[in-house]
Ligand binder design. Structure first.
Ligand code: KPL
Length: 306
């Protein structure tokens, strides 16, 4: 489909987190209409968004707060690229406006966030975005796009609408490489395995991801992957190869060797971590399926106590 034949929606990005800022900047650079929804009027003073690194952007942006949501056109595509533990509050703050949304794109590390609330939405609205882009914020206005990654998007409930929405080429052109996926659950579980293995171990070592190439971490990396594979197989009812998960983990450790992962960034900034949605989620699902998850459970508890 050529870009000219696509009806462009308005894009609404909730917050100015790193991933949302990168996408918003890229969409604006493509001439798209992007609205940022911020928490308080104080935050939304005429705002200049700056993105540096793999995206170079500096321009004033359109901002709204909960009080000016009526100015956002209906049929917009909303993007919630927030921490897993922020999702429930972020969704409930915009409940009525979301009913008019064309689609709602969700992106966070881990699984299981705001599940009850998401079930209340129209299932054809909900899209998951799995991404390996790396970014961090110098300030709420200034994001560093530190790692050039890729994206996979797909409907969470694949059956009624398996094909990509008409706006898909606009997203894919703005932030390539991006792939539309008809079974996004698989991608989400693979990313879960990567984050369950890397984030807590490198965070406890207080070191960049590359530290996990040392021999003393190999046993734990393997154990995390074996447990995630067993829980994933039980949950999705399909065979899962632990060694393939481990190979992906090793590849990401190598590709992101210099990164301070998001969990370690959260701990250093004394923010809550996403551990409940990572190893904590594996622990919870393991109990449901009667699959033992001793290493994930230990890492969940250790990070919770930091
Ligand atoms: O997703 C990440 C994170 O930091 O949360 C990885 C891939 C581990 C990169 O650091």
């Amino acid at each position: 489909m050529s870009q000219a034949s696509v009806t462009a929606p308005s894009w609404v990005i909730v917050g100015t987190g790193a991933v949302g800022s990168i996408l918003g900047a890229r969409l604006i650079q493509q001439g798209q209409s992007v609205h940022f929804v911020l928490r308080s009027p104080a935050e939304s003073q005429p705002m200049q968004l700056i993105v540096t690194g793999h995206t170079e952007f500096s321009a004033p942006i359109k901002t709204h707060t909960a009080h000016s949501l009526q100015l956002i056109p209906p049929q917009a595509v909303w993007v919630f690229a927030v921490k897993a533990w922020q999702l429930e509050d972020a969704l409930s703050a915009h409940g009525p406006a979301l009913q008019q949304a064309q689609h709602i794109i969700i992106s966070h590390n881990g699984l299981g966030a705001a599940e009850a609330m998401l079930q209340q939405l129209n299932p054809t609205q909900l899209i998951d975005w799995v991404t390996t882009h790396g970014g961090w914020r110098h300030s709420p206005q200034h994001t560093e796009h530190s790692g050039l990654g890729q994206s996979w998007l797909g409907f969470r409930h694949s059956s009624p609408r398996p094909t990509a929405p008409t706006w898909w080429p606009l997203f894919a052109n703005a932030l390539p490489p991006a792939e539309w996926h008809t079974n996004i659950a698989l991608r989400r579980w693979h990313k879960l395995a990567i984050n369950c293995a890397i984030n807590p171990l490198a965070a406890l070592a207080n070191a960049p991801n590359g530290e996990l190439q040392a021999p003393q971490y190999q046993g734990q990396l393997q154990a995390v992957c074996e447990e995630v594979a067993a829980v994933m197989a039980a949950e999705l009812n399909l065979p899962v190869s632990a060694s393939e998960l481990l190979a992906q983990v090793q590849q990401v450790i190598q590709a992101t060797a210099k990164n301070i992962n998001s969990m370690l960034q959260d701990l250093r900034a004394q923010r809550p971590t996403e551990i409940d949605y990572l190893n904590g989620f594996v622990h919870k699902k393991g109990r449901q399926h009667k699959v033992p998850t001793p290493v994930n459970t230990m890492l969940w508890k250790e990070i919770t106590q930091v």
